[in-house]
Design a protein around this ligand. Structure first.
Ligand SMILES: Cc1cc2nc3c(=O)[nH]c(=O)nc-3n(C[C@H](O)[C@H](O)[C@H](O)COP(=O)(O)O)c2cc1C
Length: 746
């Protein structure tokens, strides 16, 4: 044990004059932030004085005072910079900096995170890199571009890039002969240590914790809290079996094999489930059991001090898919109480919003972690941060207790990242566990790591169950556990419907949420943290939420925009932003026509908002039911306003000429019924819209869907003779003077 009471040695990086590094990230959902955190730790081990921060937390002038800067940024929206880089980016783009060579002293490197199914792949990183070079900065190592579409996601490109970067840093920035890199078996000092405050006023009770009374009170509270952890004793036989299995395991291969066999035989993409509001269309991979996971006590309703948040009260909470449907989709409505300024900003915006919700952990999970880590004695004592709080931690400086922090702020059910596992090595004295943990993150073992973590979506809590020797010192929790991030949901209503609450400065917002629930072969059915939290939220619950304007262009800024034709293509809950935009457009007189291509499984199960479209005479719907009979029945389809037009022979011939292989199987891929097939089928109408400067929205599943939809739009442009060939069609679709394309896929 070190003198801090922690196992292992703690080594402070040396202070070496002129050796500093800033790792600056731009991140929407945390992937780039994780990578920045890992790079920051590596830099510390190489004795760089290191700062890790979002780009907007850093001034341009500070960049020049740092020896090396590593930029890590994802791309969002339609090739846009993430929100937490916009200030920095605006500064960098100032015209007066042009031709000044003002960044000549800067040595930098950049790693981008993107998704190649978007046409503007990794544009944020590319734009940033181009501007830095233009202003005279020098790249000290090659840029990297991670792609979510690769087999192991971003890691496929990132890991080799990271290893090479480390080697380059050591070679090009050698340490003085007397100083060696901090080895992996030594710990870095904590960045966000917390301390217990037994002697301060306990705000919850009003008692002075320093008095005899308070000490007794806290002691009894702690005791009962400790007792509450063991309210679910494990049957002896079950325990013995688990111990035996663990003993026999040659980890991690054995665990991974047992856990991964099933998934490995299925198509990939399992890791995509990590996204918000998303459930990829492969139910056979997660085989959700119909009985819900056991629900105990709900998370407490405390409202966190989230900047820019308002209080939302749950007005509506309906499951909109049948109980026997594989996917549980919820339609929620909240009454948001805004201040006057936020209200008028929102009303003036006219565009479409996202709602950010911060989920919480369930008390039973928190209890389990406390017991497992042996934190019973400290769990209910007030705590205080010793220094600055990590970004995104929305808590008062003086926090009610460790239990409170674990419930409201720390994501104890996240999928463990490599960095987390690396740190755990310091906190077990069991050599076999240390070996297993090391093996898991060793270069070359990426597949094992994926099979053990991402693919079965094993949670941190479950990992700690497998490594019972790990005891994390409570002072380190903020350094180890990820912070619970707000989850963003596309608001699915707009226009007049926002004002249905009828109270001053209140807005009614609705969201459509596909609950992320599935079962892998390891133990229990899984639910995303937010899905589990939302699923059991009773009406009337008050939540701290943030209403954000969506990234990218506002699609309905004025009447002229509302009059433009709209080609909307959605799958599943991707209908959410489209419904909002249709409602917003139809607040204006003579709003333009809409062609809506909507893909789902069944007319009766997940044709979301089907009954609503008939109230808009300017909206024509073409539904693609992938699991119903191949061709929608014209009779019943017209009742939902869709008129199936019979296509001309010449159009069919034109499509067949473009895709002879499909034509051989029958016209318009007759064996399939996805949105892209309907776009081709109705190419004449699509073409007519294309001639009139339409807005094109593509929303829903990421991956193949947007790529196939774009290919179908190109085909439609050619088949309808708007464009002569593929090249012209591509230029047409890429020309913002002819068409505005807006994509939101996840
Ligand atoms: C709404 C949305 C828009 C996106 N737009 C792009 C894009 O235009 N180009 C791209 O390469 N990747 C795009 N992506 C993919 C992200 O850059 C990628 O998933 C990245 O790993 C996210 O990192 P983050 O969690 O740090 O934001 C988009 C993702 C989402 C959810």
């Amino acid at each position: 044990m070190g003198d801090s009471g922690e196992p292992g040695r703690v080594v402070q990086p040396a202070v070496i004059e002129g050796r500093s590094m800033a790792v600056l990230y731009g991140s929407e959902t945390g992937a780039a932030e994780d990578i920045a955190g890992e790079l920051g730790k590596t830099a510390e081990r190489l004795h760089f004085q290191t700062t890790v921060d979002e780009m907007d937390g850093f001034k341009l002038s500070d960049v020049l005072r740092t020896s090396l800067v590593v930029f890590v940024t994802s791309t969002t929206g339609q090739g846009d910079m993430p929100k937490n880089t916009l200030k920095f980016w605006k500064n960098l783009r100032r015209e007066k900096l042009n031709n000044t060579n003002c960044l000549a002293p800067l040595r930098f490197v950049i790693f981008g995170l993107g998704d190649s199914s978007y046409p503007k792949f990794n544009w944020a990183a590319r734009k940033l890199r181009a501007r830095l070079l233009q202003l005279g900065a020098t790249e000290f190592f090659r840029a990297g571009e991670g792609d979510e579409r690769h087999d192991n996601g971003i890691d496929s490109i990132y890991l080799p890039w990271y290893e090479e970067l480390k080697t380059t840093l050591l070679a090009d920035y050698p340490l003085p002969a007397s100083i060696r890199p901090i080895p992996d078996d030594a710990q870095l000092p904590p960045k966000y240590p917390i301390e217990l405050l037994p002697a301060i006023m306990n705000t919850a009770t009003g008692h002075d914790a320093g008095t005899e009374d308070e000490r007794r009170f806290l002691a009894s509270k702690t005791k009962s809290a400790a007792r509450s952890h063991v309210d679910r004793p494990q049957p002896v036989a079950e325990q013995a079996l688990q111990d035996w299995v663990r003993l026999k395991a040659t980890f991690p291969g054995d665990f991974a094999r047992r856990d991964g066999t099933y998934e490995r035989t299925m198509p990939r993409q399992f890791d995509l489930l990590d996204k918000n509001n998303q459930l990829s269309d492969h139910p056979e991979k997660y085989l959700l059991e119909q009985q819900p996971a056991r629900v105990s006590e709900s998370p407490p309703a405390d409202l966190l001090p989230i900047p820019g948040a308002c209080v939302g009260t749950l007005l509506r909470h309906d499951r909109v898919t049948p109980a026997d449907h594989w996917q549980d989709v919820r339609h929620l409505a909240l009454d948001l109480a805004l201040d006057e300024k936020s209200y008028s900003n929102a009303v003036e915006f006219n565009g479409h919003f996202t709602l950010v919700i911060w989920p919480k952990n369930y008390p039973e999970d928190v209890d389990e972690l406390i017991l497992q880590m042996g934190w019973e004695a400290e769990a209910d004592t007030p705590i205080q941060l010793k220094g600055a709080a990590p970004r995104g931690l929305y808590a008062n400086n003086r926090i009610a207790s460790l239990r409170h922090l674990l419930t409201h702020n720390l994501d104890i059910t996240a999928v463990p990242k490599r960095n987390f596992i690396r740190e755990l090595i310091h906190f077990t004295t069991d050599e076999r566990e240390q070996e297993r943990l090391k093996e898991l993150i060793e270069p070359g073992n990426e597949q094992e790591f994926y099979d053990y973590t991402c693919r079965p979506r094993r949670t941190i809590l479950e990992l700690l169950r497998d490594f019972t020797g790990v005891k994390i010192p409570f002072r380190r929790v903020l350094d180890l556990f990820p912070i619970i991030r707000g989850r963003e949901f596309s608001v699915c209503n707009g226009g007049m419907s926002l004002n249905e609450v009828n109270k001053n400065f209140h807005l009614k917002v609705e969201i459509l949420v596909a609950l992320v629930e599935y079962k892998t072969i390891i133990r229990k059915p899984r639910q995303g943290l937010c899905s589990r939290y939302l699923k059991h939220l009773p009406l009337g619950t008050r939540l701290a939420v943030r209403l954000k304007t969506s990234s990218g262009p506002n699609l309905v800024p004025n009447i002229a925009a509302a009059k433009r034709p709209l080609i909307a293509i959605a799958t599943g809950t991707g209908i959410a932003p489209i419904r909002a935009v249709i409602q917003e457009r139809n607040c204006f007189d003579n709003a333009g026509d809409t062609l809506l291509f909507f893909g789902c499984r069944n007319r009766t199960a997940d044709f979301h908002f089907a009954h609503e479209w008939s109230s808009y005479p300017n909206v024509k719907v073409y539904p693609a039911f992938s699991r119903d009979s191949i061709e929608p029945d014209p009779e019943t389809t017209t009742t939902t306003t869709t008129t199936i037009t019979s296509e001309t022979d010449s159009l069919a011939t034109a499509i067949a000429a473009l895709h002879p292989e499909a034509a051989a199987a029958g016209p318009y891929d007759a064996h399939k019924n996805y949105v892209q097939h309907l776009i081709r089928k109705h190419a004449a109408e699509v073409g007519a819209f294309m001639r009139n400067r339409p807005i094109v929205m593509i929303c829903g599943n990421a991956g193949r869907m947007p790529v196939s939809v774009r290919a179908a739009l190109l085909d439609a442009l050619i088949a309808s003779e708007v464009c002569a060939d593929q090249g012209e069609a591509e230029r047409w679709l890429g020309d913002s003077g002819k068409v505005t394309v807006w994509q939101e896929t996840w």
